[in-house]
Design a protein around this ligand. Sequence first.
Ligand code: NAP
Length: 243
Amino acid sequence: MDKVVIVTGGSRGIGAATSKLLARQGYAVCINYRQSQQPALALVDEINRSGDEAFAFQADVSNEQQVHAMFEEVNRRYGVVSHLVNNAGRLFTQSCLADISAERFNQIMQTNVLSCFLCCKAFINQTGTKRAIVNVSSAASRTGAPFEYVDYAASKGAMDSLTKGLSLELAADNIRVNGVRPGFIHTDMHADGGEPNRVERLAENIPLKRGGTPEEVAESIAWLLSEQASYVTGSFIDIAGGR
Ligand code: NAP
């Protein structure tokens, strides 16, 4: 198949909106999830019923063996993975840095950064034509998320550095690597931070006076993956309502 994409953490939120949009644009989509099997299968069903191509694959993308198994399965079904969206990510309860344990810090780094590294590595090491990677970072990499999630912000800063460095390593091979930095987006992630209505609470401080939607983030991801962005690499799109 010509356009084959893995969307990590594709079962919910931004990943689900991205999977849907890319399937509509003609990509064969591997929707990766860690534990949300039901939403992942429902999304595959919805995409397949529209006549587009997708399947779900369970893998913890911070585990190298599971990442390899996922790439092997996609290669077997569709051929080389030509595009990659590193979207899987998480955060924990809002706290000051002094209250964050070393164990939590490591977990955040593994889920948000190691996963991105492992998937980029598996992607590059395939034989065949690879075209583009988009890493889903966060506005937190710029703000530092003080008193909330400095660990999460630091993980997104690391993703930005990885994006920049890898874009330069792969530019001569015409493989583009870019990032998006969403701001406050309406998804379930904020409930994991202990405040489901966080976006509503902070909306007044956002220049555009509202939170964003997963679909608005998906549009930028899809553009960066596409040939319309053929001269864009090592770049970041801030999707944060002006923040
Ligand atoms: P979400 O609704 O909580 O979805 C997170 C997704 O990541 C789920 O599909 C989850 O799968 C998956 N995931 C987590 N750990 C994983 C692992 N180890 N292996 C595979 N999948 C894993 O979050 P979201 O808001 O859509 O966030 C998506 C990305 O955008 C994240 O990287 C996040 O940091 C970033 N972002 C979000 C916002 C925002 O305001 N929402 C702002 C800036 C950046 P399971 O459900 O199966 O665990």
